[in-house]
Design a protein around this ligand. Structure first.
Ligand SMILES: [Zn+2]
Length: 157
């Protein structure tokens, strides 16, 4: 796939559009074709050198797209479903995650910060998000299609 990555910190000149390995979703993940990724100020901070970012790195935390593939452990999503990703990343297995306190997980971070973001297409989404963040109420788009909004944050197992 193609992605915009950084191999060093700096100004906009460090953004490189290049080939990267295709994401391979786990059984508890969905694969989302990225249709839009907003520029968040986080992207600027990360590009300039936020601590803890491993290089090379794919920016992008605010993602909208459509489900290309859902792992066998993921329910409630179908191929072609339009989705909006909540950008939180967490393990989904620890006591905090199981208790619904994912923001207290030791692995908690934000897409495009501690883990690769959506500057590539397609992008993987963890099952924790797929089983929960996608599960929120639907609202209609102007074209009549559905978009799933972030809802509760319970693990979808
Ligand atoms: Zn956790």
């Amino acid at each position: 796939m193609k992605a915009v990555r950084i191999h060093q910190f700096g100004g906009p000149e460090v953004l490189i559009y290049e080939d990267v390995l295709d994401p391979r979703p786990r059984k508890d993940q969905v694969l989302v074709r990225v249709r839009a990724c907003a520029l968040n100020h986080l992207d600027v901070w990360v590009r300039k050198g936020l601590p803890g970012v491993k290089l090379p790195h794919i920016l992008g935390s605010d993602i909208a797209g459509e489900v290309v593939e859902a792992g066998e452990y993921v329910t409630g999503f179908r191929q072609g479903q339009r989705v909006l990703l909540a950008p939180m990343h967490f393990c989904g297995r620890c006591a905090k995650c199981v208790a619904g306190l994912q923001n207290q997980c030791r692995e908690f971070t934000v897409l495009g910060n501690g883990v690769d973001g959506a500057g590539g297409d397609p992008s993987r989404a963890d099952g924790a998000r797929a089983g929960s963040e996608f599960r929120g109420g639907n609202c209609g788009n102007s074209d009549g299609s559905d978009v799933s909004l972030p809802g509760d944050y319970h693990r979808g197992r």
